[in-house]
Ligand binder design. Structure first.
Ligand SMILES: CC(=O)SCCNC(=O)CCNC(=O)[C@H](O)C(C)(C)COP(=O)(O)OP(=O)(O)OC[C@H]1O[C@@H](n2cnc3c(N)ncnc32)[C@H](O)[C@@H]1OP(=O)(O)O
Ligand SMILES: N[C@@H](CCO)C(=O)O
Length: 339
């Protein structure tokens, strides 16, 4: 495993017209590129993931796993805006010499896809064998698949959508409201909005899980009138994220998720999907309350070489990060059916 940085030599113009004078992108690779350059597996992480895909997707990537570095060149880039090494609101704006903080520009999933393409070009990779992404990662992967055209062979979109629904935008807005209500939000510090971020994560967890999952794991003993398990669970999850993420990055990434619309400026969503050339597998989760299975079906129905499979789980949206056995089975049949 190697973690490196790519630094763009030229200013990076965003969809908004604003410019990032310098763009650093941290990425992690596993295995090596073969002579034919046909073993590239590119994974795009979700909202709070990082480039170390072998850690958070350890049931899919790693020695003797489905994507084994012995056979594949596996790469994951920390998305711009995120706080694990790539340019983000806590980076220094090289034009002003000051940390961006709240002046960090709005990013779209299309900007993120273009940033990934810079890394691809920088590494001299022409063709990607398989591009995979879940949730926000799936949105960025879809945008990138559109740009890559014939240079992408297989696309796997997990628990995601071609356009963020009003429901997703609404959930994200409640989370940003929680951040805004933290009295430290507005301060120029690493910890700004930390308590708000904890609440945001607690709200988000309700969209990443399913009532059945809470029924199974968070039942309190009979007679409980306070101190419920569900309550300590959500507080714990909030603190866990608060200790490893920044509210500033969360803000930028959740705004990018809101922006997602593959059809923007491309006639329609359907027409944009029709232009994706890669063999595509869209995987929904039957219990996903955030990105509904029918949104994955829509992707599969409109991409010419698209197909749909479903993970059965009570885990909800996050099942794509948990249900490794089902995913492996689904992916095995996807590759078996390749031309
Ligand atoms: C640097 C980095 O870490 S970045 C990469 C890591 N994260 C990512 O990539 C993002 C994607 N991953 C995720 O979102 C998550 O890790 C998932 C979805 C894969 C799994 O989520 P988890 O939080 O592990 O699972 P789950 O919802 O079952 O919660 C388990 C945790 O809650 C705790 N917990 C469970 N019930 C309760 C309760 N009633 N009260 C308090 N704590 C509780 C458990 O002890 C456990 O704690 P731990 O994480 O310290 O071991
Ligand atoms: N739970 C995952 C997926 C959210 O879409 C994350 O925190 O990145």
């Amino acid at each position: 495993m190697r973690t490196e940085s790519f630094i763009s030599q030229t200013p990076f113009e965003l969809e908004s017209g604003k410019v990032l004078p310098e763009l650093e992108l941290t990425f992690t690779t596993y295995g090596s590129l073969n002579a034919e350059q046909n073993n590239v597996v590119w994974v795009v992480h979700a909202l709070t993931g990082d480039s170390k895909v072998g850690e958070w997707w350890n049931g899919m990537v790693g020695e003797d796993q489905f994507y084994d570095p012995a056979n594949h060149f596996i790469i994951c880039v920390n998305l711009p805006g995120s706080c694990y090494g790539s340019t983000n609101p806590l980076s220094v704006n090289s034009m002003t010499g000051d940390v961006y903080f709240y002046d960090f520009p709005t990013l779209t999933t299309r900007d993120m896809a273009r940033a990934l393409d810079l890394v691809r070009e920088g590494l001299g990779i022409c063709t990607i064998h398989t591009l995979l992404g879940g949730s926000l990662g799936g949105q960025v992967a879809l945008e990138w698949a559109y740009l890559l055209a014939e240079n992408l062979k297989n696309l796997v979109i997990l628990a995601s959508t071609a356009k963020s629904s009003p429901w997703v935008v609404g959930f994200n807005e409640t989370q940003r409201m929680a951040i805004e209500s933290d009295c430290t939000w507005g301060e120029k510090s690493l910890e700004a909005g930390k308590k708000g971020l904890e609440t945001a994560r607690a709200i988000a967890m309700l969209s990443y899980r399913h009532p059945a999952d809470f029924e199974r794991k968070q039942q309190s003993p009979e007679g409980t009138v306070d101190g419920f398990r569900a309550a300590t669970y959500l507080r714990y999850q909030g603190q866990k994220l608060g200790n490893r993420f920044t509210a500033l990055s969360y803000w930028v990434l959740s705004k990018a998720m809101d922006s997602h619309d593959l059809g923007r400026g491309r006639e329609s969503l359907e027409k944009a999907l029709e232009k994706i050339k890669a063999r595509t597998l869209a995987v929904g989760v039957d219990s996903d309350l955030l990105f509904l299975p029918q949104e994955s079906q829509f992707i599969a129905n409109h991409i010419p070489k698209g197909s749909y499979r479903e993970i059965k789980s009570t885990a909800g949206h996050d099942a794509f990060l948990i249900e490794f056995e089902q995913l492996q089975y689904i992916l095995r049949s996807f590759y078996l059916n390749a031309d």
